[in-house]
Design a binder for this molecule. Structure first.
Ligand SMILES: *[C@@H]1O[C@H](CO)[C@@H](O)[C@H](O)[C@H]1NC(C)=O
Ligand SMILES: *[C@@H]1O[C@H](CO)[C@@H](O)[C@H](O)[C@H]1NC(C)=O
Length: 452
């Protein structure tokens, strides 16, 4: 049978919310309890915010309960039930009650005490004024919600009796109240990514009335490995982007093998300061040789590359390209200066004082460090800040690489007791500073910097 809904008025008692209504979250929390747990019996017809001032609390309650035309069945207050000097709601309400309802008070306290001993810090009152049931809930949205959940199944009875409806007709209407919560869980599970639901699950559980809350979690404990695997399973495939090889590459992961574009070194280079020579078959290099050219490390400085012949030598500096035809380099320490050019600026003749010179001595051949097309970094490697990967890519002439876009990770601390770690002022009883987020978020950057 369809009855008219019972009318609920909500009184938020909070000096803060009275100044800035946007700070209030009780209204949403309690509306949702009425909707999800109320069996469709309730209609929230009014909500007001007043500061923690006795006369203001009383005035609003009387406006709802004393005028027959209003016909408010239930007044729910939230806030001002604690021990602080500003907490006056129970006193304000008690003074207005025509009948006390200690059973509702017990019901609320019993439920809350199962959740937290801090329930002892709440001083709820409940009762009837005229035809209206009045209940005081604590100010924390979580506590208010739990208290309301604890008694909401009984409130229709209480309200109808208070309003003067014959109690025998009441019991008949009652049967369909009880089935509202299971769909809520399912809807949320299907509506979101599964890793989100791992976090949500406990909250849903708490939103069930205390008497129906499982004593054991229906969600089995996950090991860290299992949790990581679940995250892996439900993480979308990474996006591939083309990244420039510069310092911004730090922390990115390579999508594919990276090969050298160029030989390193790219030319035959001397390892020492000395003289490029053409080694004769017998390896005998003792003697005085004319210096026919000079090769410096700085490009462009070298004279027009002239093929070196046996019996000629070329002065060469460390790292400079060998003149064509040269087969070895003699260290300057193994030579003696014999004559200078007329202007005194260059060497004209140099004596070599070693024997048994072999081809290829003191020369870095083309590609002797890295050959073009060699794989220098493999698919899946992390480009770290300190491991030299960026330098290696630079050395082999690679200007761009494919990497995975860095995943965006959200870190969420849950719990009504959690406050911003830097919230000014002392903690209130039960509050805990949020340290997990600030611990976890920089971990990602630290790991990149520390990765060797
Ligand atoms: C409600 O109770 C108050 C105080 O007892 C009384 O003054 C008022 O007339 C009552 N209102 C109704 C509608 O019964
Ligand atoms: C990537 O390079 C490694 C060697 O570094 C090689 O074993 C592997 O086959 C290469 N993969 C591809 C796809 O070229």
């Amino acid at each position: 049978m369809a009855e008219a809904p019972l009318k609920v008025a909500l009184l938020i008692v909070s000096t803060t919310a009275a100044k800035d209504p946007s700070t209030d979250s009780s209204r949403a929390a309690l509306s949702s309890v009425l909707e999800t747990e109320g069996g469709g019996k309730w209609e929230l017809i009014d909500a007001k915010i007043v500061p923690d001032v006795v006369v203001q609390i009383q005035r609003q309650i009387m406006l709802w309960a004393d005028v027959a035309a209003e016909g408010v069945n239930l007044i729910v207050t939230t806030g001002g039930t604690g021990f602080a000097t500003s907490d006056n709601t129970p006193e304000a309400v008690s003074a207005l009650l025509h009948k006390q309802a200690p059973g509702l008070v017990h019901g609320m306290l019993d439920a809350s005490l199962r959740v937290t001993p801090f329930a002892m810090m709440s001083r709820p009152v409940a009762g009837v004024r005229n035809k209206t049931v009045i209940v005081t809930l604590p100010g924390s949205p979580k506590g208010a919600k739990e208290n309301l959940e604890a008694i909401i199944k009984m409130l229709p009875h209480a309200c109808l009796q208070a309003a003067g409806v014959d109690s025998r007709t009441l019991h008949v209407q009652d049967t369909h109240i009880h089935m509202h919560m299971h769909h809520t869980t399912t809807a949320i599970t299907t509506g979101m990514g599964t890793d989100t639901v791992i976090a949500m699950a406990t909250d849903m559980e708490i939103s069930l009335g205390p008497s129906r809350r499982s004593r054991e979690s229906p969600y089995p404990m996950l090991s860290v490995d299992e949790a990581l695997q679940k995250i892996q399973e439900h993480t979308p495939a990474p996006e591939i982007i083309v990244s420039k090889v510069d310092t911004s590459l730090t922390g990115r992961v390579l999508v594919e093998n990276v090969s050298a574009r160029e030989h390193v070194p790219g030319f035959r280079a001397s390892i020492v300061d000395g003289y490029a020579v053409v080694v004769p078959k017998d390896g005998k290099m003792n003697g005085v040789f004319p210096v026919v050219s000079v090769s410096h490390a700085a490009p462009g400085d070298s004279e027009e590359a002239k093929t070196l012949k046996e019996g000629e030598i070329a002065r060469i500096t460390t790292g400079a390209p060998l003149p064509p035809g040269a087969t070895s380099v003699i260290m300057v320490e193994d030579t003696v200066l014999k004559t200078m050019t007329d202007d005194g600026k260059e060497e004209k003749e140099v004596e070599i004082i070693v024997d048994g010179v072999e081809e290829g001595e003191n020369i870095r051949e083309i590609g002797s460090d890295i050959k073009a097309e060699d794989v220098v970094l493999s698919k899946g490697e992390l480009v770290s800040a300190v491991g030299g990967e960026i330098g290696l890519l630079a050395a082999v002439g690679v200007g761009e690489v494919k990497t995975y876009r860095k995943p965006v990770i959200g870190v969420l601390s849950t719990g009504d007791e959690i406050v911003h770690h830097d919230r000014p002022g002392d903690l209130r009883l039960g509050e805990v500073r949020d340290t997990n987020r600030i611990t976890l978020i920089p971990w990602n950057r630290g790991r990149q910097a520390g990765q060797a």
